[in-house]
Design a protein. Structure first.
Length: 246
């Protein structure tokens, strides 16, 4: 069953998420030299900044030199572009650290080279991924998308992919239109999957995912397929209309 961690005060969520990530770090390092993590962009990065960098009780325990950081999706833009997830993570987290993790961005030398190059960016990124990621840290959009797996018939080629681990999303409904994204096979192999979502704008989405089990939404598909390793960190506002008990 999916685990839901709900917090009344928004400020508690980054700390509790930090504790969760810290435990996953320790679990991974019992059996391996590195902690392999893949992160989303958007508001999640601000939560990571608060929970892993600014939190004085968590920050000293994060073994950044043991982290390998990947991205569950990335916009096909230069790494210093404001739309880049790498750029956002660098500004919010990396630039504040004295000890750095290993970070794996896309090859941005190909971002202006067109469709064939975008396929190459995706395939090259797949080659960078380890066989198993210990933790995926995901967001959930108002339309129920996660990573760059979007709902609707037009984007089924992404959610239905069974072989490729990274794909070029060539028609994102949110700009920029060209992105790469991990696919369900990566989630299947992952040790743990964690969604983070907050705010009243997500109420209807959470109702559809948790009460209606609306698998037209990719986030609900992830819940259904991988429920035993999925956790959600939410605030009361986001979960206000959810009637299912956890």
């Amino acid at each position: 069953m999916v685990n839901v961690h709900k917090y009344t005060i928004e400020e508690n969520l980054p700390h509790k998420l930090g504790e969760y990530i810290l435990q996953k770090q320790e679990d991974a390092l019992k059996n391996a030299k590195f902690f392999n993590v893949a992160i989303s962009g958007g508001s999640l990065i601000n939560v990571l900044e608060k929970g892993l960098v600014d939190d004085s009780t968590i920050a000293p325990k994060i073994k950044w030199d043991k982290w390998n950081v990947y991205f569950v999706d990335e916009r096909i833009v230069p790494l210093d572009h404001r739309d880049s997830n790498y750029c956002a993570f660098k500004d919010a987290v990396l630039d504040k650290l004295s000890v750095l993790p290993r970070v794996y961005p896309i090859d941005d030398s190909l971002v202006d080279a067109g469709a064939e190059a975008y396929e190459k960016i995706a395939s090259e990124y797949e080659e960078l991924l380890p066989n198993k990621l210990d933790l995926l840290l995901l967001g959930c959009g108002p339309d129920g998308h996660t990573c760059s797996l979007f709902p609707g018939d037009h984007h089924k080629y992404l959610i239905q992919e069974k072989v490729k681990k990274v794909m070029w999303c060539r028609d994102s409904p949110k700009p920029p239109s060209d992105r790469i994204t991990i696919t369900l096979p990566v989630m299947e192999d992952a040790g743990a999957i964690c969604f983070v979502t907050m705010g009243s704008s997500k109420q209807e989405t959470m109702h559809h995912i948790f009460d209606l089990k609306d698998t037209s939404m990719p986030s609900a598909v992830v819940n259904e397929l991988f429920d035993n390793k999925v956790s959600w960190f939410v605030d009361d506002l986001a979960f206000e209309t959810v009637t299912t008990k956890f």
